[in-house]
Write a protein that binds this ligand. Sequence first.
Ligand code: SF4
Length: 307
Amino acid sequence: MEIDATEPEVHDLTDPSVGALLDRVGDPRAEPGVRHLSPSSASAYSQCARRWKFRYLDRLPDPPGPAALAGTFAHRVLELLLQEDPQHRTKDRAKELARQAWPETAEDDDFIALALDDTAAREFRWKGWQAIEGLWHLEDPTTVDVVATEQRVDTMIGGVPFRGIVDRVDLEDGRATITDYKSGRAPTMRYREARLAQVLLYAAAIAEESGALPAKAKLLYLGQKVVETDVDPESVEAVTNDLATTWANVQSDCASGEFEPTTGPLCAWCPYAEQCPEGMAEVRRRHKAGRVRLDSPVVVKLLAATA
Ligand code: SF4
């Protein structure tokens, strides 16, 4: 079976830092209408306007899977850890915090809905811990000069109402660094710039709110690698222009009611495929050509329906 080369990007849609976690303020279920963009919603629109409509306009559910929820758990523990005094940011302390934070996850409706058996629940906790411990592969947290964690931003960027939550703002050599945790797979070179756009947007928002441009923007792919870039007026202007274009397109689509589908390998993982004829046709075509994973949720349903 041929696996499409773009398949790894599918998993990033489950990353809490491009989904539930960083989009909490911009959660479309929180308030009616499309009043702002977040990095998650802007990225979702760029991937497929039709999918964006289902999620952000129609507010159809898109429940997170185990990988996303384990990432959310890891984010929470790291948030608590980095709020500790530097000398206390140890793995032992992280384990204590994980134990303290666990009930939040265990009692979460999305986690309960997964209905994991004991083995799967153990594997879930192990994955969460691996992500937490993955921080030490990337940095020594006792040396990080943390200015803020989970900092909300709510501002206008390039004429676009923008909201989000920044995982961490650090100080390096007296200047701010925007840091974001990622528990999904680190991007290949092809997708590096697109991923960095998210933290550059946060840098633009922090600059708008504080009047000072951060020096650096970093993505910490836990247990894997750091993907970072310098922040300068040109890079901020580029992501701001893209955001303004996305906003204009969103407004135009909302006015016309036409949201173009962007079919491709992601359709096999799309929670709205059954409401999207073009997407279902794409999944069928790929299945026939042996170019889709048989364990992707849409294919599993498709095969069950035809069994
Ligand atoms: S099935 Fe594909 S084209 Fe349709 S909404 Fe989902 S991602 Fe977009």
